[in-house]
Design a protein around this ligand. Structure first.
Ligand SMILES: NC(=O)NC(NC(N)=O)C(=O)[O-]
Ligand SMILES: [Zn+2]
Ligand SMILES: [Zn+2]
Length: 454
């Protein structure tokens, strides 16, 4: 056997555990994992010395907003995927908003796919929207290869992507079930958050704390409960994005124990920052649902360490500085820039601080999202999988300053972490190495593998 690439002597974080081994790659695929590979590499092949480094499966970020076309100035494929690659990601799933017009039909999906294949550095899948405007388009979206359908249960921040009312969500789930697609929900109660916002605004409230108080945990719990009910009644696969509270994760876990097909995502910002950080830092940490108290964060970590969280996705959603500047905290764009730092947060706050095993870090960031969205060549260091991996220096602290996303405003800037990503490889080819990026043009659009073929 000969190889195009041999990764030598790294500590491989495989689904079965961490092991020191060589990894051989041919044609972009992992073809051998062995204690020592003695075979030759091809004449133009590469040997990579990974001694002293951990080899993680490339991050599969299930939740990013790269906003191209239409709002590329907020964040686009070029800068967004550089940030992702520098953070060890080799796959991302892009949300149907805030690109404009949003991905609500086949044409928009195909347009975004074309742009992504030209400009993205790494492989990607595309979410389609589920709104009251496009129920008639869902069959087409499924056929065109969406990775899943995304619905907002509260206002999305953009009128062009309206919230799904109960009937829309219910009908959307029925359709998704027929197509074998996952429905993702932004779970905050529309009635509840809208009324609390109105009341606060009527009282002239504008502060950080006023905003945080307008979206309490109960508004998340109400929406999670309703989404679970609809999933149970329709038999659809439900993915709860960006849960912010341990209580919401626990509610989802109860649902799963009762047989509902539900997975749970949380985000690095809920694990790393609290409400006090929002008060200190301001706009860079505005998001919905908002950051929570230390006590709620502790609950969230408890649930995660108990294995009740499936996926950690970045929800990277930047906006230009003028949308992140206002005296009125309600007026600011909600969205946090975090595409580059998911592994850093999981390794620093999870592994080093709380003893989260490295296999769990790899499962939350790569294997579980790959499995949930049926990307079975992704997310695992295993023979037969794509050679998508990141070389990580696990123990040495570093200051995160070299950020590659679109705007300067990034709440992780200047933070100290352990778990620096040294290099990122996709299908056997370096996409990020020595601080440099490969050229784009090789990224592939990924479609969920159909049930029949698995
Ligand atoms: N339109 C957005 O980018 N919204 C995102 N914004 C947040 N989370 O604050 C989201 O995922 O809801
Ligand atoms: Zn959301
Ligand atoms: Zn989002």
């Amino acid at each position: 056997m000969s190889f195009d690439l041999i990764v030598r002597g790294g500590l491989l974080v495989t689904p079965g555990g961490v092991r020191r081994a060589d990894m051989g790659v041919s044609g972009g695929e992992i073809t051998l994992i062995a204690e020592e590979i003695t075979a030759e590499i091809t004449a133009d092949g590469t040997e990579l010395d990974a001694r002293g480094l951990h080899v993680f499966p490339g991050v599969v970020d299930a939740h990013v907003h790269l906003n191209e076309p239409g709002r590329t100035d907020w964040e686009g494929f070029t800068t967004g995927t550089r940030a992702l690659a520098a953070g060890g990601a080799t796959t991302f799933l892009d949300m149907p908003l805030n690109s404009s017009p949003p991905v609500l039909n086949r044409e928009r999906l195909e347009e975004k796919a074309r742009l992504g294949e030209q400009k993205s550095l790494i492989d990607f899948g595309l979410w389609g929207g589920l709104t009251p405007l496009n129920l008639a388009e869902l069959d087409d979206l499924a056929d065109a290869g969406v990775i899943g359908l995304k619905a907002f249960m509260s206002h999305s921040g953009l009128d062009e992507f309206p919230a799904a009312d109960d009937l829309t969500l219910f009908e959307g789930m029925r359709s998704a079930r027929r197509h074998g697609l996952v429905v993702a929900t932004h779970a905050e109660s529309n009635d509840f958050t809208r009324r609390l916002t109105e009341v606060a605004r009527a009282d002239g409230k504008k502060g950080v704390r006023d905003y945080l108080d307008s979206r309490p945990v109960v508004t998340e719990l109400e929406a999670v409960g309703r989404a679970l009910l609809f999933a149970r009644e329709t038999g659809a696969a439900l993915h709860l994005v960006h849960l912010s509270s341990g209580a919401a994760v626990a509610l989802a876990f109860e649902g799963r124990q009762k047989g509902i097909d539900v997975t749970v995502e949380t985000c690095p910002h809920y694990l790393h920052f609290t409400d006090e950080d929002v008060e200190r830092v301001g706009a860079a940490l505005k998001c919905a649902p908002p950051l929570r108290s230390k006590a709620v964060q502790d609950d969230l970590w408890r649930e995660l360490l108990a294995g009740h969280v499936d996926i950690v996705g970045s929800d990277h959603s930047p906006a230009p500085p003028d949308m992140k500047t206002s005296e009125d905290f309600f007026q600011l764009w909600g969205g946090i820039s975090g595409a580059q730092s998911t592994l850093n947060v999981l390794l620093e706050d999870g592994h080093h601080t709380r003893g989260l095993p490295l296999e769990a870090v790899a499962a939350l960031s790569a294997l579980n999202p790959a499995n949930r969205f049926r990307l079975l060549r992704k997310g695992r260091l295993e023979v037969g999988a794509d050679a998508d991996f990141a070389l990580v220096r696990l123990d040495e602290p570093f200051v995160l300053n070299d950020l590659h996303d679109r705007w300067r405003q990034n709440p992780y800037r200047g933070g100290t972490f352990r778990g620096r990503v040294q290099e990122t490889w996709q299908r056997g080819r370096a996409v990020y190495r020595d601080g440099q990026f490969a050229s784009s043009g090789r990224a592939q659009l990924l479609r969920p593998r159909s049930k029949e073929s698995t």
